[in-house]
Design a protein around this ligand. Structure first.
Ligand code: HEC
Ligand code: HEC
Ligand code: HEC
Ligand code: HEC
Ligand code: HEC
Ligand code: HEC
Ligand code: HEC
Ligand code: HEC
Ligand code: HEC
Ligand code: HEC
Ligand code: HEC
Length: 409
């Protein structure tokens, strides 16, 4: 195989043996490697398609084979050694390499030689590298879900790489963002790297990560700036900036990869449960009210938490900016009850019949109703017992001849 290549290499044959050693040219290398069927001893393809290389950014910029395969730059005789050193992209791209170095992918590769985490060539390729602006580049905006998806959507790599979150790619593709990217073709829809960065991808537990809990509002806010601003002024944003570990961030309510359009019964039911998971008292009392009972039945036109409190700029009721503060509550009810008055709005959507302090009237009314109910049952219970004992007495007009109840024939 090597001999055949040597013979077939006019470029090598033409070189005068006594000239000063010049690095081999691309043609020298392609004389053997340009053959699409070239294989190594172990059967691997070692072909480099000349047209593909020529069209790549490196081919276009005059980067030679031996600029990347630097250990072969001094080779004067072929065949060259079988072992060829790995290519160091970092020599020409120190900035990208430095960013990559701090990533979870680089750390994983440093830790283990068998790591399946992404290296430069996994995202960029080798001989056909194109700038991200090229629609055929694997790093192009519209191709990135598939590029990351080769691993993050691949069950085998997920298992071998111990990627706890699992397959996020199918979730992303079904999300509003994935849809906007793949189907609507929106330049402004996020790909994986808009939220995770391209090179310095870090774990969510890393405080420097773009998806670290307290950084998430800013990451989403790159595009949803108005929402971020409202969120940050509200009680949840305020609690987050004060370091409250229970404060919800964007993905608590929207998820990270399954984001849906914020409308419709399924979404509303889901976010309602989410509010309830942190405000168990409020959802309990809500379910006791008319609105809550209707939503349990699936009628989502009645008020959910966000219809009364807002979604992002939520404030405590005592804050005048709150949609349920005494100054604003009437107009909030009027969104759906056009005739609502101040006295209508006094109806407490979180009325709690067990809480004397909050709702004394309701508390005593409920206690009265309970007492009445018990009284009524007790009265009729005793009455029935007395009546029954009379009824089974022999000789009574309501009993049969054997002392049992009279038969009905
Ligand atoms: C005479 C033919 C020939 C020429 C010329 C040649 N190579 Fe090779 N090259 C081979 C063969 C054969 C192998 C496979 C060795 C083996 O079996 O592992 C190889 C292996 C390689 C490998 C390693 C492949 C791998 O994955 O193990 C690289 C990289 C490489 N060549 C680059 C070059 C470059 C760059 C040039 C030009 C400087 C060049 N070669 C010139 C025949 C040639
Ligand atoms: C931009 C840098 C770059 C340039 C330029 C380049 N290569 Fe490579 N080449 C790589 C990388 C990266 C690999 C994968 C192996 C590694 O990581 O070292 C590779 C692998 C190879 C292999 C092994 C088979 C394979 O495809 O994995 C051969 C053979 C090879 N190169 C030949 C060439 C030849 C011939 C040229 C010039 C026409 C060339 N290379 C130009 C970066 C480059
Ligand atoms: C010998 C120097 C050299 C090496 C080694 C090298 N490159 Fe390049 N690379 C260049 C040059 C020159 C350009 C074109 C000028 C530019 O846009 O920066 C370029 C451009 C690129 C681009 C497009 C940049 C853009 O503006 O979009 C990417 C991506 C890239 N290289 C990736 C790699 C990867 C991955 C490797 C390793 C496999 C690598 N390069 C190895 C010199 C090199
Ligand atoms: C996880 C995938 C991934 C890995 C791994 C990766 N890149 Fe990139 N790279 C990208 C994406 C995506 C872009 C386009 C980003 C953009 O345009 O903002 C990019 C852009 C680039 C660019 C051009 C823009 C720039 O930042 O200068 C260069 C050069 C580059 N990468 C080199 C490298 C090198 C060198 C390595 C390895 C040290 C590497 N990349 C590893 C995904 C990756
Ligand atoms: C070649 C396969 C491969 C590609 C391509 C790849 N990754 Fe990864 N990625 C991994 C592996 C393996 C890990 C697990 C590393 C570890 O924990 O040791 C990982 C880890 C991660 C993590 C941290 C996950 C965790 O469990 O802590 C994030 C986030 C991530 N990748 C995002 C991306 C994004 C975004 C892209 C595309 C721009 C991408 N990856 C491309 C293989 C890949
Ligand atoms: C809209 C922003 C956004 C997009 C787009 C996005 N992610 Fe994420 N991703 C996040 C956030 C935020 C988290 C952290 C979730 C959390 O805190 O539970 C995350 C978590 C992850 C994790 C787990 C990280 C860890 O440390 O456990 C992986 C892996 C991941 N994303 C990969 C991807 C891939 C691959 C894509 C593209 C298909 C993608 N993501 C698209 C925002 C995004
Ligand atoms: C406490 C839960 C919660 C948090 C935290 C949250 N959202 Fe929302 N979001 C909602 C609800 C509920 C809606 C639906 C609002 C409606 O029905 O009017 C919504 C709606 C949206 C919409 C659609 C536009 C709209 O206002 O109807 C976008 C975009 C959005 N959220 C983005 C974000 C971003 C970005 C963040 C973080 C800065 C965030 N959300 C934080 C619950 C939340
Ligand atoms: C790169 C820009 C970008 C980033 C970053 C981004 N989004 Fe979006 N998002 C969009 C675009 C564009 C749409 C609208 C898609 C459409 O309407 O077809 C959208 C839609 C949404 C919707 C649905 C809005 C509706 O009308 O119901 C929600 C909710 C949402 N995003 C939440 C988030 C969250 C949460 C994050 C952060 C984890 C985030 N987005 C990050 C661009 C972005
Ligand atoms: C991840 C937990 C979490 C989720 C989910 C959540 N909240 Fe909160 N909520 C908090 C925390 C923490 C505070 C701030 C408590 C404090 O600082 O006093 C708060 C405060 C509030 C307050 C002000 C209470 C007061 O009187 O001070 C209201 C109203 C509120 N949330 C409504 C909602 C609504 C409506 C939703 C759903 C759209 C929701 N919350 C989802 C954790 C959460
Ligand atoms: C019909 C409108 C309406 C709905 C629906 C509603 N609330 Fe309220 N909420 C109010 C009003 C009005 C107040 C102020 C009542 C008060 O303080 O007496 C309030 C108060 C609160 C408070 C402050 C603490 C308290 O109990 O006074 C929290 C927290 C709260 N609501 C959470 C929720 C959650 C979570 C949901 C959904 C499960 C929800 N609310 C549904 C109108 C509503
Ligand atoms: C998102 C719409 C919406 C909002 C906002 C809303 N409601 Fe309702 N509410 C409904 C619907 C729909 C019904 C069922 C009406 C029917 O079937 O006649 C209802 C029923 C009621 C009922 C019981 C039925 C009745 O008409 O007597 C009361 C009481 C009530 N709402 C009070 C309030 C109060 C107080 C507020 C403001 C704090 C409020 N609602 C805000 C949609 C809403």
């Amino acid at each position: 195989m090597l001999a055949a290549c040597l013979v077939a290499s006019p470029a090598l044959a033409r070189r005068p043996a006594e000239a000063a050693p010049k690095p081999p040219t691309n043609d020298d290398c392609l004389a053997c490697h340009g053959d699409p069927s070239a294989t190594a001893a172990d059967g691997r393809s070692i072909a480099v398609l000349p047209d593909k290389f020529a069209a790549s950014i490196h081919g276009q910029s005059g980067v030679a084979c031996v600029d990347c395969h630097a250990d072969l730059a001094t080779v004067t005789e072929f065949p060259h050694a079988e072992k060829v050193a790995p290519v160091a992209c970092a020599t020409c791209h120190p900035e990208a390499a430095a960013q990559y170095d701090v990533s979870v992918h680089a750390a994983s590769r440093r830790k283990s030689p068998n790591s399946v985490a992404a290296a430069c060539k996994d995202c960029h390729g080798t001989h056909g590298i194109l700038p991200a602006s090229n629609p055929n580049s694997p790093t192009n905006h519209f191709n990135l879900p598939a590029t990351c998806g080769r691993c993050h959507g691949n069950a085998d790599i997920i298992r071998r790489g111990h990627i706890a979150v699992g397959n996020v790619v199918t979730a992303f593709q079904d999300s509003i963002h994935g849809w906007a990217l793949a189907k609507s073709g929106l330049m402004v829809a996020p790909d994986c790297t808009d939220c995770h960065h391209a090179h310095d991808i870090r774990r969510k537990s890393d405080p420097q990560s773009s998806v670290y809990r307290t950084t998430i509002p800013a990451t989403c806010g790159k595009c949803h700036e108005g929402v971020e601003r409202r969120y940050l002024t509200g009680i949840h944003g305020e609690a987050l900036s004060k370091g409250n570990p229970d404060a919800p961030v964007c993905v608590t309510c929207h998820t990270a990869h399954r984001i849906q359009r914020a409308e419709g019964p399924a979404w509303k039911t889901q976010v309602l449960a989410e509010c309830g998971s942190c405000h168990p008292e409020s959802i309990r009392t809500y379910h006791d009210t008319f609105h809550g009972q209707e939503t349990q039945l699936g009628f989502m036109r009645v008020a959910t938490c966000a219809d009364c409190h807002g979604a992002h700029d939520i404030f405590p009721p005592r804050d005048p900016r709150s949609t349920v503060s005494t100054t604003r509550v009437v107009s909030t009810c009027r969104k759906c009850h056009p005739g609502a008055t101040a006295s209508f709005a006094r109806y407490d959507p979180h009325a709690d019949k067990n809480n004397r302090q909050r709702d004394p009237l309701l508390f005593y009314a409920a206690k009265f109703m309970e007492a009445l109910l018990i009284g009524v049952f007790a009265f009729f219970g005793i009455h029935t017992v007395l009546w029954a004992s009379r009824a089974v007495k022999p000789g009574h007009p309501m009993s049969g001849p054997d002392g049992g109840p009279r038969s009905q024939e």
